[in-house]
Ligand binder design. Structure first.
Ligand SMILES: CC(C)(COP(=O)(O)OP(=O)(O)OC[C@H]1O[C@@H](n2cnc3c(N)ncnc32)[C@H](O)[C@@H]1OP(=O)(O)O)[C@@H](O)C(=O)NCCC(=O)NCCS
Length: 190
């Protein structure tokens, strides 16, 4: 079997709150990044404040939260983050959130591979049964990437979100372990 957390382009790495605080604060200077990633109005959190927030989250030692930094293999640069949140252990049910910070790193296949790795971890290591995510209707790059990773459309909250003075839907997508096991990408674990 290959290394569970290492792909061909990126790897899932340890989550360093200080490094992530600086990176997240820098990424948030781009209002488009914020628009795609968060329901709250665009703002610019400080590196220090963000580091403290991440430190507190990690200090909770909440075993239902799995934090990962994402590093590009070719130069080891920190390009993004992923969080897997198990919401129901008995049902084996979790939510995933992910982001890649800089625009120049969007659309290069990193996000789809990050999701392959995370699903491999979720289904084979954490022994989950399903993984869910939410995405805004105006984010076709993300939606396409999630479809490629095996997610199916499961529903939408209509007019959930306020951006640019109008309302937008939030979509729910999900993937079941048995569906994921049937995908070609699941073969990375052979
Ligand atoms: C969402 C995100 C993780 C996806 O990762 P990524 O590396 O950019 O995505 P990939 O390159 O793996 O795949 C993108 C796919 O969308 C397609 N795509 C890009 N722009 C598109 C558009 N406007 N309409 C339709 N498809 C589009 C690409 O062609 C590619 O599909 P293909 O391989 O079939 O050609 C990343 O773009 C990101 O973090 N963006 C900023 C923040 C964000 O959106 N976070 C997610 C919140 S839910």
């Amino acid at each position: 079997m290959n290394d569970l957390l290492v792909g061909k382009l990126v790897r899932l790495a340890a989550y360093d709150p200080e490094e992530m605080g600086k990176a997240f604060s820098r990424w948030s200077r781009d209002s488009e990044y914020w628009r795609l990633m968060d329901t709250s109005p665009a703002h610019m959190p400080s590196a220090q404040g963000t580091t403290k927030f991440f430190e507190k989250e990690i200090d909770k030692l909440d075993t239902s939260l799995y934090f990962f930094g994402v590093r590009r293999l070719e130069d080891n640069a920190l390009i993004g983050e992923m969080i897997l949140h198990v919401v129901n252990w008995a049902g084996g049910d979790a939510f995933v959130g992910l982001t890649i910070g800089e625009r120049e790193n969007w659309g290069k296949g990193y996000g789809t591979e990050m999701m392959h790795l995370l699903l491999q971890y979720a289904f084979l290591e954490v022994n989950l049964r399903r993984v869910t995510l939410t995405v805004f209707e105006y984010n076709p790059r993300a939606i396409r990437s999630y479809e490629k990773a095996g997610f199916r459309h499961e529903g939408r909250m209509r007019k959930f979100l306020n951006k640019e003075g109008r309302r937008w839907d939030m979509l729910f997508m999900g993937v079941l372990r048995e569906e994921w096991m049937g995908l070609d990408t699941a073969a990375v674990v052979e």
